[in-house]
Design a binder for this molecule. Structure first.
Ligand code: ZN
Length: 348
C-alpha cells in the first residue's frame, strides 16, 4: 500500500497521467474529425446524386403540375435535353406541359414535340403531331416543312410531293425540293428499269442543272458513257469523288482533254499525261509523284449552309436539312488498296 501512495505522489506519475490525458484527447479529436469528414462527404454525395439522376416520369408529372417553375423554364429545360440528345426526357416534358400547361402555347409546344419525335426517329408520331397542328392552322409553314421531311424519311415521296402544294400557295420556293423529291422517287422505284430512270433523271437535271451529285452518281454507276455525254463540265468539281473512282475503261478522253480540271485530275491519278502541274496542291503532288508512292485522294463533304462535316456525300444535310449544299474537300492519304495488291503479289 505504502509503495502505491509513494508512487501516486511521485511527480513522475503526474507526468504520465498528463501525457495519457493528452494522448486520449488527441486520439478522440482525430477520430471525431475523421467521422465528421466522412459524414460530410456522404451528405454531399447524396446532395449531388439528385442532380446526376434525371427525374422519373412520375416525378416530372408532380413537378410540372405543382407550378413551382414557369412553363418557359420547363421549355428551356426540354430544349437543353434535346440539344444534349436526351430526346426521351425532352418528349416527357413536352407531353406533360401539353397535359397541364397553358392552352394558348399548345401549338408551339406541339411543334417542338413533333420536332423532337422526328429527331428521335419516331416518324409516325411526328407525322401525327404535325398533321394535328395543320388541322387547326393549315398555314403553318414550319410544320409543313417538317411534315414534308417526315414523309421523305418514311420514303413516302408521293405524300411529300403533296405537301409542296400548300407550300407553293404560301409563296415558298419549292423548285429545288420538288426536283429533289422527284429524283428520290425515281431512284427508289423498284419497278422502273435503269434506262427509264436515267432518262427521267436527265430530264430533271436539264431543267436547272441542280442535284448534280445525286443524279450523276447513279448514272456513272449504271452507264458511264451517258453520264460523260450529259454532264455539265462546269459542275464536275462536285463529282470529284465519283470521277476519281470511275473505272479506267469508262473514261471519255475526248471530254477529259477539253477541260483543265479533268486533265489535271486524271493526270494525278496516272491515267493520262495531259498536265505537268496543277494549281490544286494535292493534284500537283500526285502528278509529280507519278505513281511512285502509295498515295491517293480521300474525300469529305461540308454543308455550305451550316458548315457541318460528313465523311459521305449527301444531297440533304442531316443537320440543317438544306438541299444540294454539299461541298467536296479532298486531301492526300495512303492508298491501302495498292498496299493490299502489292502484298498479294508478294505471295505469288
Ligand atoms: Zn447543313
Amino acid at each position: 500500500m505504502d509503495m502505491f501512495f509513494i508512487e501516486f505522489r511521485d511527480p513522475l506519475f503526474s507526468i504520465i497521467v498528463f501525457f495519457a490525458i493528452i494522448f486520449m484527447i488527441t486520439f478522440f479529436s482525430y477520430w471525431w474529425g475523421r467521422y465528421k469528414r466522412s459524414q460530410d462527404l456522404r451528405h454531399l454525395d447524396r446532395f449531388l446524386r439528385q442532380f446526376r439522376s434525371l427525374p422519373s416520369k412520375d416525378e416530372l408529372q408532380v413537378l410540372i403540375s405543382s407550378g413551382e417553375l414557369s412553363e418557359k423554364s420547363w421549355l428551356l429545360l426540354a430544349n437543353s435535353y434535346y440539344k444534349n440528345g436526351d430526346y426521351e426526357k425532352s418528349i416527357e416534358i413536352y407531353n406533360e406541359i401539353l397535359n397541364v400547361g397553358n392552352r394558348a402555347n399548345a401549338k408551339k409546344t406541339m411543334f417542338l414535340l413533333g420536332k423532337t419525335y422526328f429527331k428521335a426517329g419516331f416518324l409516325e408520331r411526328s407525322r401525327q403531331i404535325f398533321l394535328e397542328i395543320l388541322k387547326s392552322s393549315p398555314r403553318t409553314i414550319q410544320a409543313l416543312h417538317y411534315l414534308l421531311l417526315v414523309y421523305e424519311y418514311m420514303r413516302d415521296y408521293k405524300a411529300a410531293l403533296g405537301v409542296l402544294e400548300p407550300l407553293d400557295e404560301l409563296d415558298e420556293d419549292i423548285t429545288l425540293v420538288r426536283e429533289y423529291l422527284q429524283a428520290l422517287e425515281i431512284l427508289n422505284n423498284i419497278n422502273m428499269d435503269s434506262e427509264t430512270k436515267i432518262e427521267k433523271l436527265l430530264s430533271i437535271y436539264h431543267q436547272n442543272h441542280h442535284l448534280t451529285y445525286l443524279i450523276f452518281e447513279y448514272i456513272f454507276r449504271m452507264s458511264p458513257q451517258i453520264a460523260w455525254e450529259n454532264l455539265d463540265i462546269t459542275k464536275s468539281e462536285v463529282l470529284t469523288e465519283v470521277l476519281w473512282r470511275c473505272d479506267r475503261k469508262d473514261l471519255n478522253l475526248d471530254i477529259i482533254s477539253k477541260n483543265s480540271f479533268l486533265r489535271e485530275l486524271y493526270s494525278a491519278r496516272g491515267d493520262v499525261a495531259l498536265s505537268q502541274k496543277s494549281a490544286v496542291f494535292e493534284f500537283d503532288i500526285l502528278i509529280k509523284l507519278q505513281n511512285r508512292a502509295n498515295a491517293t485522294l480521300s474525300f469529305e463533304y461540308i454543308c455550305s449552309e451550316c458548315k457541318s462535316v460528313s465523311p459521305f456525300a449527301f444531297s440533304r444535310c442531316s443537320t440543317c436539312h438544306a438541299i444540294d449544299t454539299a461541298q467536296v474537300e479532298w486531301s492526300l492519304s495512303r492508298d491501302y488498296s495498292k498496299d493490299f495488291s502489292e502484298e498479294n503479289n508478294s505471295f505469288q
